[in-house]
Design a protein around this ligand. Sequence first.
Ligand SMILES: [Ca+2]
Ligand SMILES: [Ca+2]
Length: 427
Amino acid sequence: MLRILRTLLVLVLIHSPSHARTYFVAPPRAENETRTWPSALRSIALAIDLAISGDEIWMKEGVYQERITIDKPLTILGGFQGTESFAQREQRDSVANPTVIDGDKKGGVVHVTHDFTMDSLTITNGTIDPGAGIRIVGASCTLRNVTVTNNRSDGSGGGLRAENSNIAIEKCTIFDNRYGGLRLVSSSAVINDSIIAKNHGGGGGGVSLNGSTAIIRRCLFDSNTAQGTPNPGSGPGIIGAGGAMYASNSSNLSIGNSVFRRNRSIIYRINGTVINVGSSSRADFRNCTFEISEIEDAFTWEHRPSLSIRNSIIVGEGSRLPIDPDTDITYSFVANGHVGEGNITGDPKFVDQGNGDYRLLRSSPCIESGTDTGLTTDFDGNPRPIGDYDMGAFEFPTFRGDIDGNGRVDEMDLMIFQRDWGKITGS
Ligand SMILES: [Ca+2]
Ligand SMILES: [Ca+2]
């Protein structure tokens, strides 16, 4: 059967300009199916089986109830209507044409043992331990515009798990997975422009590192939770926890231009609503904005202080702001105050904190109050600094004196200033 299919495919295969082959896949034929690629296969697994190193697989929108293994260098692209030509490769759209690989709760959805790229896909309904959604072992992978959601494992790495791997995650959403959104074991990751939300884990609800490194830029960590477990040995009372993140076993985290909103450490409520830093590990935050739970400590460590926070803004959901006085915080806004060079307090003047809009109003004391962190963009990808560095994830987009916002402080701004001089709003 397979040989017949191979022969057929040689007849219908179209060669892309790069000479790598492209295989087209469409979901099992629906009753009222509209147009689709004439040569489309009806199974991703079959396309992977037929493909060789360097080939591409294009997937038509729809739901594929499959569980796949990627064991050769491939690129898998979703988000197609199912009629695109090679010239329309970049017109794929994961929002307009959702393309879902659904494990149907029968095990892990995607198992990767070789370098590959995945773009514009949703991975869901995985149930295996570990790595229910995507498990990557010994590979270099890029995930772009990928949503990993509603996957369940008993251990760690419910959404995505990488072991002895290098992964790049761009514009991805890791949402509602357990236990844990992303788990890195002896791996390195670069995570940009992604949303990590509503995941629940034992250690690190959002991201958990074991002997790993991660560079995280322009990411939102929202409402992740972790519960921790009692330590069976002679170490500290609780291991794990860290609502948004947990770093252990000589891990290293660099986080910039990111927002942490309402993450929680639950059940064993003593370790890190934002992060818990474990043995021989370190975390450095630059230009981040935190809205933290008022219940338990936001930043904790299991052995000695091993994190730093610079150019950041920390506010509470309520009036209480539980931060250990030994936390290394400098050039930052801390709502209730914190001892450290360049720290300020008061009202940060967000645009709309209640709705998670942490951009700064022109009157914010966080504008021009930071120090050079080396970052050249802000959360939105806008240039940083404008004037001097601001605190928090968002750089105020103009000079404070650029009243008409045209990028220059000049006589027009002065005229506006003179015209309004001495006036009082409402009088
Ligand atoms: Ca500035
Ligand atoms: Ca101006």
